[in-house]
Ligand binder design. Structure first.
Ligand code: APR
Length: 320
C-alpha cells in the first residue's frame, strides 16, 4: 500500500514542528514547502538525520515548487506571518490574505483531492478565503482553532483541579480570537461538568472565569513572552490530531472552523463548531443548543468573523 503524503505549506515554526510530529508518528511521507529557498530543505534534512535514532521511516523533502505537493492526501497551511507583541490576529489580515491566494491556487492545481487544514491567522477569515482560492469542496477545507483553544482550556483546568490532563475534556466554540466561547457546562473532569465541580468546592466561579479569560488570551500571552513569534508546539499538535482523524477515518468529534450551510442559523461562512472528521473530511456538523450567555457570546464571535470577511472582500472583490 502506498504511503500517505502530507504536504505542509509554510516551513516556519509551526511547519517545522508539524513535519517533526508527522514523521515521528509515521503518518506518511512529508513535503515541507516554503517560498524561502533552503529553509524547508535545511529543516527536512535535519529531521531526516534524526530518523535513524528515532526509527521512523517517513521520507521528508523540502520544496519551493508547488509541483512537489502533487497528490498530497493532507495539506496543512501555516504560510504567512505570525503576530508580534501588541498585534492582534486581525492585524495580519492584509498580508496573509495575499498568501492564501497563492497557496489556494497551488493546492487547487496540485492537490485537489487533499483534506486541507488551515492554521494561518486570522483563522476563520483565512480558511474561508483559502477554500475559495483553492476551489476545493467545503467539506475538505477546515481550520484549526478549537482543538488548540480547548487544549489550552483543558491544561488550565487540569492545573486548577490538580487532576490529570487525560481526564479533562473541554469545549470551546466560536471564532479563534478574543471572542471565542469556552463552554463551561460541556467541560468536564471524567464526565463531571465544571459547574458541578464548583458546587463540590473544587474551585470557585471567579477562578473559572479567570481561566476562561486566560484561555481567550492564550495566544497573546505566548506572543508577549516569546516577543519574536507566536505559539507553535500546541498549534502543530492540534492540527496533527485533526489530520490523523481524517487519515485513519477515526470520526473524532472535534471543534474546528467549518463551513456552515444553515447550521447554527449561519451560511457561507466558517466559524468554530463541533464537527466529525473522518475519511469524508468534515462529515457532520454537530449542532448543540446554545443557552443564554453562550448564545450571546457565539453571536458576538460570529459578528467579529463577519467583520474580518468584509475586510477581506474590501481587499479582494473576487471573494464571495
Ligand atoms: N508561501 C509559502 N510560505 C510562505 C509564504 C507563501 N506565500 N509567505 C510566507 N511563507 C512562510 C514564511 O517564509 C515562513 O517560513 O510561512 C512561514 C511562516 O512561519 P513563521 O513565520 O515561523 O510563523 P508560524 O509561527 O509558523 O505561524 C504561521 O500560523 O498560527 C498562525 O498566526 C500564525 O499566521 C501565522 C501562521
Amino acid at each position: 500500500m502506498a504511503r500517505k503524503k502530507i504536504a505542509l505549506i509554510g516551513g516556519g515554526q509551526i511547519g517545522g514542528t508539524l513535519a517533526h510530529l508527522a514523521a515521528l508518528k509515521e503518518m506518511g511521507d512529508v513535503v515541507l514547502f516554503d517560498i524561502v529557498e533552503g529553509l524547508p530543505q535545511g529543516k527536512t534534512l535535519d529531521l531526516s538525520q534524526s530518523s535513524p535514532v528515532e526509527g521512523f521511516n517517513s521520507k521528508l523533502k523540502g520544496a519551493n515548487d508547488y509541483a512537489d505537493i502533487a497528490g498530497a492526501d493532507v495539506v496543512i497551511v501555516t504560510a504567512g506571518v505570525p503576530r508580534k507583541p501588541g498585534m492582534s490576529r486581525d492585524d495580519l489580515l492584509g498580508i496573509n490574505l495575499k498568501v492564501m491566494k497563492a497557496v489556494g491556487e497551488g493546492i487547487g492545481k496540485y492537490a485537489p483531492d487533499a483534506f486541507v487544514i488551515c492554521i494561518t491567522n486570522p483563522l476563520d477569515a483565512m480558511v474561508w478565503a483559502l477554500q475559495q482560492f483553492s476551489g476545493l469542496p467545503t467539506n475538505k477545507v477546515c481550520g484549526m482553532a478549537g482543538v488548540l483553544d480547548s487544549s489550552r482550556f483543558s491544561h488550565f483546568l487540569a492545573e486548577e483541579f490538580n487532576v490529570s490532563v487525560q481526564d479533562v475534556t473541554s469545549f470551546v466554540l466560536g471564532g479563534h480570537g478574543d471572542t471565542m466561547v469556552p463552554l463551561i457546562r460541556y467541560s468536564t473532569v471524567a464526565g463531571i461538568p465544571v459547574p458541578d465541580l464548583i458546587k463540590m468546592g473544587w474551585s470557585t466561579q471567579e477562578k473559572i472565569d479567570q481561566i476562561v479569560q486566560r484561555t481567550r488570551d492564550g495566544g497573546a500571552e505566548i506572543v508577549g513572552l516569546l516577543k519574536t513569534g507566536s505559539a507553535f508546539y500546541a498549534p502543530a499538535t492540534s492540527a496533527i490530531e485533526m489530520a490523523e482523524s481524517y487519515l485513519k477515518d477515526k470520526k473524532r468529534l472535534l471543534p474546528c472552523a467549518a463551513f456552515l450551510s444553515g447550521e447554527y442559523g449561519l451560511s457561507d461562512m466558517y466559524v468554530g463548531v463541533p464537527v466529525i472528521i473522518g475519511e469524508g473530511g468534515i462529515e457532520k456538523i454537530v449542532e448543540i443548543e446554545l443557552q443564554g450567555e453562550e448564545k450571546t457570546g457565539f453571536d458576538h464571535s460570529v459578528n467579529a468573523v463577519k467583520g474580518l470577511m468584509d475586510a477581506c472582500q474590501n481587499i479582494d472583490s473576487s471573494l464571495a
